[in-house]
Design a protein. Sequence first.
Length: 276
Amino acid sequence: MTTIQRIAAFTDHGAGGNPAGVVIGDVLPDAEQMQRIAAEVGFSETAFAAPQGAGWKTRYYSPETEVPFCGHATIALGAALVRAKGPGRYRLFLADGEIEVEAGEEDGRGRSTLRSLPTRNEAVPDSVIEEALTLFGYFRDDLDTSLPPRRMNAGAEHLFIPLNSRERLSAMNYDLEAGREFMRRHGFVTVAFVWRETVGLFHARNAFASGGVLEDPATGAAAAALAGMLRDTGILTEGQITILQGSDMGRPSRLQVRYGTEVGAPTFVSGESVAM
């Protein structure tokens, strides 16, 4: 019988954060079984892990498809590994690379930090930006001209769209089917709309239609990619950013990302988690 743990990541209480399913076993189920379990769980992602050498073979599934990397499910997996194996640093072998999660627990809450895959980003054609703005009900005047729209990656592909006010961020709205077609056609796992409140404080909403989910309340993979993109384009230097996400969905989440100066180097995403 498969044991499924349900853990909310990037929160210190069960009413916030992004819930993830976690399945730890001696071996991974086959792909069809993992997809079925993820659909039954119904969260935006479920992480599956099994021992492999000096680490853990890890895969992530949304209700509709496998995804290459998921940040909040990794934070949740870290909490589950603490319960099963104790605090420590765990190597995770993904389909396309290796990451690491350092996990501990205090007062019943998990605290995990993941090391992402290397980061990269590139410019986005104007036609894709215009298509995204139209799809989500925005106009060129809604963009923050101090930040560039970018395709960004720290293990999964995201489209970054910077907005110029919290009010416009709150207005995000779109059709799920149209969003799924757009994201899959362009290879985006999510579309990340972001408003910068201060130099190091960002508010985000992430559309995840590619996985069959209208909106993600906390997106660790996009947070890792955002920090990397800001560093790699010279917008920010070495340091840390905080991302607030999920409040528009009633699931407030806090993600913290540290990054060094090396262009393309992994970033480090931290958050608390609680069992549901």
